[in-house]
Design a protein around this ligand. Structure first.
Ligand code: ASP
Length: 330
């Protein structure tokens, strides 16, 4: 029997209706009871590590989760993490770097309706997660709505629909059907070395979604607040405004002050290409790093992680040039 570890962190799956609305209130053994006889197929250990709405899951919690995963992985065939859906894609991306090259499956899952609700999707999602966690395929994944998505390619795209997550610029890793769990092996990035815990993160990373006419002085504010990195979701394939309100001038200023700029597209699908337009080439000339086909979640957490490893801008650039867990395909 496969040895699986279920780590619980809260989220809707563990929530009950309280005075102020839904809030996590159930422990892991209560959640596991809803799986009934499915549990007899595995040797499951349950550990409650957090009880939070995932809006409250921040870099400190990512570190806690990463440490639990790293300490546990030699003793288990797979790890399941129950988690709120709202920031699950951020946690999955952060874990992809913090426990890079994990040799077992680490599968995050949750639900759109609490597990106690008669129509819950939580039981189904946990079943898929348990199946993926016992599959032997290494990596960090999200199991949801009978699909398994590579963690650093997942984006929450629906607030209510059970099909809450999309796999962006990457094929779905596995699906559940009448044939059971079918894994697309080509969608699983190879393990490229020993698994090391690298849990240092820099929280001073800001995300800006560019809007027409954005006031360039926002970058002065970021400098004043000691931000060390900024991810800019730019327009289309890649462009920023530089007439009337000159963002390029500001990029020059913040780069000179040592801030790292990563630029990606606000389009969800396909890749950035800042070489295409003048408005993009000017950005690259200021030393900005391209995000290409990375999701925003993967880019923001990668910048936090990279700045946690090094202060050297060239090394950050090298980290972004590599795909560490399948987050970058271009
Ligand atoms: N607010 C909840 C959370 O992220 C939503 C969910 O779990 O679906 O914790």
């Amino acid at each position: 029997m496969k040895r699986l570890l279920l780590l619980t962190t809260g989220g809707t799956i563990a929530s009950r209706q309280m005075e102020e609305g839904l809030a996590p209130d159930m422990d892991g053994s209560t959640i596991a009871r809803y799986l009934g006889e499915v549990m007899f197929n595995y040797n499951v250990t349950v550990q409650d590590i957090l009880q939070l709405d995932s809006s409250n899951i921040q870099p400190e919690e990512w570190r806690l989760i990463a440490n639990h995963v790293y300490e546990a992985f030699p003793h288990y065939d797979g790890i399941i993490i129950s988690h709120g859906t709202d920031t699950m894609a951020y946690t999955a991306s952060a874990l992809s770097y913090m426990v890079c090259n994990i040799p077992i499956p680490v599968v995050l899952t949750g639900a759109q309706l609490p597990i106690e609700h008669p129509l819950t999707d939580g039981v189904d999602n946990l079943r898929t997660a348990f199946s993926m966690a016992s599959s032997g395929y290494p990596g960090v994944f999200i199991a949801f709505n009978r699909k398994v998505i590579l963690g650093c390619r997942a984006v929450k795209t629906h607030t209510m629909d059970f099909d809450a997550f999309s796999s962006v610029n990457w094929p779905v890793v596995a699906t559940v059907s009448g044939s059971g769990l079918t894994v697309n092996e080509e969608a699983i990035p190879p393990v490229m070395g020993e698994c090391l815990l690298r849990d240092k993160l820099c929280q001073d990373v800001f995300l800006i979604k560019l809007t027409p006419g954005l006031n360039p002085e926002i970058f002065d504010m970021l400098l004043q607040m000691n931000y060390r990195g900024v991810v800019i979701e730019a327009f289309g394939a890649g462009g920023l405004h530089f007439i009337r309100r000159n963002l390029i001038e500001k990029l020059h200023k913040i780069a000179a002050a040592g801030m790292i700029v990563v630029v990606c597209s606000q389009c969800l699908y396909e890749s950035s290409d800042f070489t295409l337009y003048q408005a993009g080439q000017k950005v690259l000339a200021e030393g900005a790093i391209q995000g290409y086909d990375m999701t925003t979640e993967a880019a923001v957490t990668k910048l936090m992680w990279a700045l946690g490893q090094t202060d050297n801008p060239d090394k950050v650039r090298d980290i972004f040039a590599a795909s560490l867990a399948g987050e970058r395909g271009v």
